[in-house]
Design a protein around this ligand. Sequence first.
Ligand SMILES: NC(=O)c1ccc[n+]([C@@H]2O[C@H](COP(=O)([O-])OP(=O)(O)OC[C@H]3O[C@@H](n4cnc5c(N)ncnc54)[C@H](OP(=O)(O)O)[C@@H]3O)[C@@H](O)[C@H]2O)c1
Length: 106
Amino acid sequence: IQHEAWAPFAEGQNDIFNHPTLKAIAEQHDKGVGAVILRWLNQRNIVVIPKSVHKERMIENFNILDFTLSKEEIDAIALLETGKSPIYDDMDLLTVKGIGLHKIHE
Ligand SMILES: NC(=O)c1ccc[n+]([C@@H]2O[C@H](COP(=O)([O-])OP(=O)(O)OC[C@H]3O[C@@H](n4cnc5c(N)ncnc54)[C@H](OP(=O)(O)O)[C@@H]3O)[C@@H](O)[C@H]2O)c1
């Protein structure tokens, strides 16, 4: 099974781009928070599917292979886990059923 992040920035929710832990790690590597998030996923072998309408952010999001997060940094970011998706509750039976029945087209 290949895990994929279809909203690697949590759609920008939870003020993720201003999180102090992520900002501190980004400064350490002279990178943006977006790059740190994507590299964190990438170093854990998770495919990333980020979206941006800004050229400079797209460039940032592509350039994630020229730095490496340390084990301490990876662990610090893992601690930010809230245990709850900000997008939908995938532990809720009705929500999961609804997604399963959703039709993109007839
Ligand atoms: N979310 C889902 O459940 C879901 C489901 C199916 C398909 N998808 C697809 O997966 C892709 C990603 O999903 P998503 O757009 O929902 O979530 P996302 O990639 O987690 O978040 C996108 C948000 O992050 C901002 N952003 C991107 N790069 C940034 C950077 N380097 N610095 C600061 N802000 C940055 C974007 O703003 P700007 O655009 O203004 O730069 C946008 O507000 C999309 O193509 C989407 O269609 C998502």
